[in-house]
Design a protein around this ligand. Structure first.
Ligand code: GLA
Length: 734
């Protein structure tokens, strides 16, 4: 069992293959955090890390007024509120007497094999052939009866620990939950950096690294969805940590809504890290016996840099998040018509894009926005999920048949949570949108947001979307979400509960996913949200892949995909070859480089195939073939970032390596044009030092060398080529 409890010291110890996580119940009853890091020996560490401390003006519990035990200084597992800890608290609750206080003390615990799951929220699952255990620790505030159950899931072989929290009102009267963090990590140290992934629409998950100091590092979203601006995944690491060196912790929240992540050094030079639902505009009323479940956080630790941390997260997101058959089955290479046509197309045009797409080697054609209702631009149609027969020149089934006859599977775009005022749905149900009485709701992309906290709205959406899916031969769905939430007020909810709407919206969204995705196990679902505004672990529990960004410019994509790769597997990153000059950046990059970059993702095309020359189509078909050849290492292998595109402006490089070290693929792209002959060396990682490998050098010479030599010396990569040229090196064990 990976979880142990030592009754004499009241210590809990969670062990994975290479990490230990330790906490103990203090003599005052609080659950103290003692350690999270590299695996420890079988020693009792409480004498080292549970030492009581206080500082000037630090409050002490009443019964220990003469001692040194201050909640403001002690490392806590789930921090108290209002009774002595002035740091960022795990909970904020308004009790029935109006007081703001929570002092949770240990009541009991339970250890069992298998991984817990959560009610109404996504969470990782354990596979039958792997070891996973659960610890539940219950804390209670004696004065109010409020109880908190801390849940820990331990994936022993994957070096991953998950956390979640359930709050229960065990008192007799109503309480209001104002903040609940899923994770609190107290470190008795300083010297961390905080790496986070920021951006905006069309440029998501760029990378920024800051020192964690006495001023908080904080990211989050109050947009009702994770958003383009910040991602609910972060890295906390040593100041000198890099890809191969240094301690680092990776954290990702499985929640498709408002979130916060905060790291700050306290007055005693200790660091507190918290992650959970954003407390702004959040309030949840709990009557006696009601519970509230806070989302799951996935944590991992690496003693040797980011690459190892990334591999842990990629493994767990690939194998323990989504039950789609496409997690194991080869996914189709697709052609999507959005960048080619936007809203102006006919059924005939669609079929010809698909037909010509077949010549690129694609397996699937995706009909994007504009096929339904009166949707000829952004102003109308959202909500009316019936085919526009006039525009399409017939029924959907006619189009699908022609696409299928051309030898391609058929996929369709939906944006289920949205509505245009100019739609039959809005005309019939103007009260179904989020809006505040007496105000006009804010408009974004000419659309409003359906109030999916309501059962009737959920039922409508599930029925309308399923009606299309069940009556047509659809094998793929792109599920979009093209605005943030404002005016989050529900007409069916009384005033007292309006603070719950942001969270209820997320719960409503997961109900839609349950009702549509889980009932269609044979369909491949791809998430999307104005590009990658909804790229989080919660989504990955339902959808194997998510469209990374509407910026398909290969050069920017190297940066977007770099940031995305810290937490999320390559197999989840929707990436396509699009036309040049690029629609968003006007940049022109060769097909070869566009394909090399898109290959570090799910691979597909976003092109008007009817306007391509035969030579271009034949060239793309070669890239499709290449992607298929490397599919397994790209999809299931270990990913290595060989350069940081924000630091190395000369070239970017990355690697996909087979887990069994039998082969790898290195891709490099030059970022500038050079006047002199430069040779850079690309050092592969993840090879077997003692095995011999064969590879072809840039000049065509085939060499056979040991993994040790290749990893130490590297492959020469000539920079004396034009800007944005790329090269792929395939290395195979002989
Ligand atoms: C979003 C998506 C695009 C496309 C459009 C359609 O912006 O990111 O890929 O599907 O919506 O309106």
């Amino acid at each position: 069992m990976s979880i142990q409890f030592f009754p004499e010291t009241k210590t809990f110890r969670l062990d994975t293959k290479e990490t230990s996580y330790i906490m103990s119940v203090s003599r005052q009853g609080h659950l103290l955090h003692l350690y999270y890091g590299g695996k420890l020996g079988d020693d009792d560490i409480s004498v080292l890390t549970a030492g009581e401390i206080r500082t000037g003006f630090s409050p002490l519990p009443y019964e220990y007024a003469d001692g040194r035990y201050s909640l403001d200084c002690m490392p806590q597992e789930f921090s108290t509120d209002g009774v002595g800890d002035f740091r960022y608290t795990s909970i904020s609750v308004v009790n029935s007497d109006g007081s703001y206080a929570f002092d949770g003390k240990y009541v009991k615990h339970r250890i069992y094999s298998g991984k817990y799951s959560l009610d109404c929220l996504p969470s990782l699952f354990s596979n039958p052939d792997e070891k996973a255990d659960t610890l539940e620790v219950e804390l209670a505030d004696k004065a109010t009866g409020v109880r908190v159950t801390l849940l820990y899931g331990v994936f022993e072989d994957k070096d991953v620990i998950t956390r979640a929290v359930i709050v229960k009102n065990g008192g007799n009267d109503k309480i209001k939950l104002r903040r609940i963090m899923s994770c609190n990590l107290d470190f008795r140290r300083v010297g961390f950096d905080f790496i986070h992934f920021y951006g905006h629409a069309y440029l998501e998950r760029l990378t920024e690294r800051e020192h964690v100091t006495h001023a908080a590092c904080e990211i989050g979203s109050v947009k009702g969805t994770p958003g383009h601006e910040h991602n609910p995944s972060v890295v906390l690491c040593d100041r000198n940590a890099n890809e191969e060196y240094g301690e680092c912790y990776g954290a990702a929240l499985l929640y498709t809504g408002n979130f916060i992540c905060n790291a700050k050094v306290d007055q005693l030079n200790q660091t507190r890290f918290v992650m959970g639902i954003h407390p702004e505009k959040f309030e949840f009323v709990l009557n006696a016996d009601d519970t509230f479940t806070a989302p799951e956080v996935v944590l991992t630790y690496s003693d040797s840099g980011f690459a190892k941390m990334t591999h842990h997260l990629h493994d767990v997101f690939r194998e323990n998040a989504c039950r789609s058959k496409y997690m194991k089955q080869r996914r189709p290479v697709l052609v999507n018509n959005w960048e080619a046509t936007r809203f102006s197309f006919t059924g005939e045009k669609i079929v010809s894009i698909a037909r010509e797409g077949k010549k690129l080697g694609a397996d699937l054609f995706v009909l994007d926005d504009g096929w339904f209702g009166a949707r000829n631009d952004e102003h109308a149609g959202l909500g009316d999920w019936t085919v526009n027969r006039e525009k399409m020149g017939g029924d959907l089934s006619d189009i699908i048949k022609q696409v299928n006859d051309a030898g391609l599977m058929f996929g369709l775009w939906f944006e289920p949570e949205m509505i245009n005022e100019d739609s039959d749905l809005y005309r019939a149900h103007p009260d179904w949108v989020l809006k505040i009485p007496g105000r006009q709701p804010a408009i974004c992309r000419n659309q409003l947001v359906l109030d999916i906290t309501r059962q009737d709205v959920q039922d409508y959406i599930i029925k309308a979307v399923n009606n299309i899916l069940d009556n047509n031969h659809i094998e793929y769905v792109k599920w979009d979400f093209n605005r943030y939430l404002t005016d989050t007020y529900s007409a069916l909810c009384d005033n007292e509960h309006q603070g719950e709407i942001f969270h209820r919206f997320v719960l409503g969204f997961y109900k839609l996913l349950d009702g549509i995705i889980l009932t269609h196990p044979d369909i491949l679902f791809e998430g999307c949200s104005g590009g990658g505004s909804r790229f989080d672990g919660g989504m990955l529990c339902y959808q194997p892949q998510i469209w990374c960004s509407d910026d398909t410019d290969a050069v920017w994509r190297t940066k977007i995909q770099y940031g995305t790769s810290f937490a999320y597997p390559v197999s989840s990153m929707g990436a396509h070859v699009s036309a040049c000059p690029n629609k968003k950046t006007q940049r022109t990059v060769s097909f070869k480089t566009r394909a090399a970059v898109a290959m570090s993702g799910t691979f597909g095309y976003e092109l008007d195939t009817t306007r391509m020359t035969d030579a271009e189509k034949a060239e793309c078909a070669e890239y499709t073939k290449l992607f298929r050849k490397y599919y397994d290492i790209i999809t299931y292998g270990d990913y290595y970032r060989l350069t940081n595109p924000f630091e190395n402006t000369r070239y970017v490089a990355w690697e996909h390596a087979a887990k069994d070290k039998s082969e790898c693929l290195i891709t490099a792209v030059t970022m500038d044009a050079y006047t002199q002959h430069h040779i850079m060396y690309l050092k592969p990682r993840g090879l077997d030092e003692n095995a011999m490998y064969e590879t072809e050098l840039a000049d065509g010479k085939v060499i056979i060398m040991s993994g040790k030599t290749l990893m130490k010396v590297g492959l020469p990569f000539d920079l004396f080529v034009s800007q944005y040229e790329s090269r792929q090196f395939y290395i195979k064990k002989v």
